[in-house]
Ligand binder design. Structure first.
Ligand code: S3P
Length: 164
C-alpha cells in the first residue's frame, strides 16, 4: 500500500481520522507532530517559544523526507507542513494526499485548538490563516474530503476513494 497522507488546518480531524484508518487497515499511524516531539524531547509549544517556528519547520521537513521513504503508513501531517514545498513534495510522491477541509470557524468555535502556538489569536485571524493556506492544501491534495459529518464518515470516504 502507498502511504495515505492527511493534510489540513489545525483541528480539522487529521489525527482522529488517521487513527480510524490505521485501525481499519491494520497499518501504522504516524503523526508528524508526535514524531517531532519524541525526537526533540520537547513539546511543540516549547519548540515554537524557545527555538522558533523556523526550527520547527526544518524538523518537519526532515521527518517528511524520512517518512516519504517508507510505504504502507497513514501519515497525519502538522497543519503547516504543506507550506514548505520541500516537506510536502516528497510525501506527495509517496502516496495519496487527502485534504480534510473543515470550516475554520466551526473548528475555532468547537474549542479543540488548545495550546497550539498558531491558534492563540482571535477567530478572524484563524479564519484568515485558513484562507491563505487553502490554495496550498488544494494544490497538494490528490483528493479533497469536505465537511463530512463525522471522522468515521471522512475515513469511510477515504477508503472509498482508495477502494480499500
Ligand atoms: C501547525 C499545526 C500543528 C503543529 C504546529 C503548527 C500549523 O499541527 O504542527 O502547532 O502551522 O498549522 P496540527 O495541525 O496537528 O494541529
Amino acid at each position: 500500500m502507498k502511504n495515505i497522507v492527511l493534510i489540513g488546518m489545525m483541528g480539522c480531524g487529521k489525527s482522529t481520522v488517521g487513527a480510524i484508518l490505521s485501525k481499519k487497515l491494520g497499518v501504522e499511524l504516524i503523526d508528524t507532530d508526535a514524531l517531532i516531539e519524541a525526537r526533540e524531547g520537547r513539546t511543540i509549544p516549547w519548540i515554537f517559544r524557545e527555538w522558533g517556528e523556523g526550527y520547527f519547520r526544518a524538523c518537519e521537513e526532515r521527518v517528511a523526507g524520512e517518512l516519504a521513504g517508507k510505504s504502507g503508513l497513514v501519515i497525519s501531517c502538522g497543519g503547516g507542513l504543506p507550506l514548505r514545498e520541500g516537506a510536502i513534495r516528497p510525501l506527495h510522491g509517496s502516496g495519496t494526499v487527502f485534504f480534510l477541509c473543515r470550516d475554520p470557524g466551526v473548528t475555532y468555535d468547537s474549542g479543540v485548538l488548545g495550546d497550539r502556538p498558531l491558534a492563540q489569536g482571535r477567530r478572524e485571524a484563524f479564519v484568515e490563516r485558513f484562507a491563505r493556506r487553502e490554495p496550498v492544501y488544494r494544490r497538494w491534495a490528490h483528493h479533497v474530503i469536505s465537511d463530512l459529518p463525522s471522522p468515521e464518515a471522512a475515513a469511510d470516504a477515504i477508503l472509498e476513494v482508495l477502494k480499500l
